[in-house]
Design a protein around this ligand. Structure first.
Ligand SMILES: C=C(O[C@@H]1C=C(C(=O)O)C=C[C@H]1O)C(=O)O
Length: 448
């Protein structure tokens, strides 16, 4: 089962909580963009359960493996190839399907509606594709998007705004900061844990350094772009921007943010930021503030009422084993990832932004592409050298017109001239290797 987000930068996630692996496929990435995988891994650690007291005991390494054909590689760095696609898998090693085998549908979970919808054909162990575990894959895409945004001087941070009934200090929307959680919030989590219960909360994420004008009217509004990715995070029940629902309690005179100035690079400065960096669906350049409300984790140790999914007969359930009393602190990284992916998609989808691009910026892109082309051409030449040795050992001539016609038919008419030149160079190299071998007394061929 696959779930996809995005217009230009598309992120599609598949797999399940207790499947052998989960996959994230990304398309529309800027060609030649270099991803630092160490930073991706560091970001994933912010999402992982770690040593925390209030969260699941399930420990997973969560190492993203780059999928390259049939290979799966752990890499330090990856350059986005010419097709703009990257694919990663993460293995699930700490799985335990047996624990879910005869489990009754857990109240608050997707178990029962998914069982009735898919007629038991989807493996729902640990929540299957509906599990919060799937957010590992969103975080991989998010960590890549964060690196892209950073190159454009856009920063994303977050804070836990509340846990259950415990709220932290109010955010200064003009200058939002990553404030640590309060003791009162920690107490809420402790109380829920000791009571075999769970508690939810609100994460607030903000982006600074955004240009003016991302987004558009109606379904192209920034809110319309960002909400789906936030709602794609399991357990999210509400999303708001700026002062959000609270705006509805204010008068226009109280809610409007006075305009103060327009900066040289055409960002709007307002006195307050009730609008949370978005007016009419367009970014203004003020900090974009997005708040995401999480319900409490549905797996709780208390006795609950459920039904047998086959007979519909009422049953009691008491869930055993590992579960979160509160996952909100680690969901903060996931909300940052969602915001980053949404913003990167909005930037890459914005035609006006790219039309006026600076020439040096576009040349930077060309340089990145050239670096990749050069590296691939060198690899091609190396292979050509290997083929020369093979030909030597098997008495095959250098020129193979049939193979050349095959190569040309694959690349299409636009690249024909370039490829004729490439193959000329490739044959030159092969001839050189043959001549060198002759001078050395044909050692390579003798050693066959
Ligand atoms: C590399 C080869 O040798 C020559 C060079 C070719 C190329 O560069 O693609 C193709 C056919 C041959 O004329 C080969 O035989 O595959």
């Amino acid at each position: 089962m696959k779930s996809e987000f995005g217009r230009t930068f598309k992120v599609s996630i598949s797999g399940g909580s207790h499947e052998p692996e989960m996959t994230v496929e990304m398309t529309g990435l800027p060609v030649g963009f270099t991803v630092d995988m160490k930073k991706v891994c560091d970001f994933l650690k912010r999402r992982s359960p770690g040593e925390e007291n209030y969260t699941t005991a399930r420990q997973e390494k969560d190492i993203p493996l780059l999928k390259n054909g049939t290979e799966e590689l752990e890499v330090d760095e990856v350059i986005v190839p010419a097709d703009g696609k990257l694919c990663f898998v993460v293995k699930n090693s700490n799985t335990d399907k047996t624990a879910y085998k005869n489990m009754l549908p857990r109240p608050g979970h997707a178990d029962l509606p998914a069982y009735l919808k898919y007629k038991g054909k989807v493996d729902m162990s640990g929540g299957g594709p509906f599990s919060g575990r799937m957010t590992v894959m969103l975080c991989i895409a998010g960590a890549i998007a964060l690196q892209y945004l950073q190159q454009h001087n856009i920063r994303i941070a977050s804070r836990v705004l509340s846990i259950g009934q415990a709220s932290g200090p109010q955010t200064d929307l003009v200058e939002p900061k990553a404030i640590p959680m309060t003791d009162y919030m920690l107490e809420e989590m402790e109380f829920a844990k000791n009571d075999n219960n769970s508690v939810g909360g609100v994460v607030e994420a903000f982006a600074t350094g955004l240009p003016l004008g991302l987004g558009g009217p109606m379904y192209d509004s920034m809110e319309s772009i960002l909400s789906p990715i936030a709602f794609g995070i399991p357990a999210v029940k509400g999303v708001e921007f700026g002062n959000g629902f609270a705006a509805s309690y204010l008068l226009g005179s109280e809610n409007n943010d006075d305009f103060l100035a327009i900066t040289k690079d055409e960002r709007i400065i307002t006195a307050t930021n009730n609008h949370g960096g978005i007016l009419g669906g367009l970014t203004t350049g003020m900090p974009l503030v997005m708040r995401v409300a999480f319900k409490p984790a549905p797996s709780i140790g208390k006795k609950q009422s459920t039904v047998d999914p086959v007979t519909g007969k009422p049953e009691d359930i008491q869930i055993q084993g590992r579960h979160d009393a509160c996952f909100v602190p680690r969901a903060a990284a996931v909300v940052e990832a969602a915001l980053a992916v949404g913003l990167m998609d909005a930037i890459l989808s914005d035609k006006t932004l790219h039309k006026d691009r600076d020439i040096s910026d576009m040349r930077d892109d060309i340089d990145r592409i050239d670096a990749e082309i050069a590296s691939l051409l060198n690899k091609r030449m190396e292979l050509s050298g290997e083929i020369a040795k093979y030909k030597m050992n098997h008495d095959i001539p250098v020129l193979d017109t049939g193979r050349e016609a095959q190569v040309l038919s694959k690349v299409g008419p636009d690249l024909k001239d370039i490829y004729i030149k490439i193959m000329e160079k490739s044959k030159e190299k092969q001839k050189m290797i043959l001549e060198e071998n002759m001078l050395n007394g044909g050692k390579e061929a003798e050693g066959k």
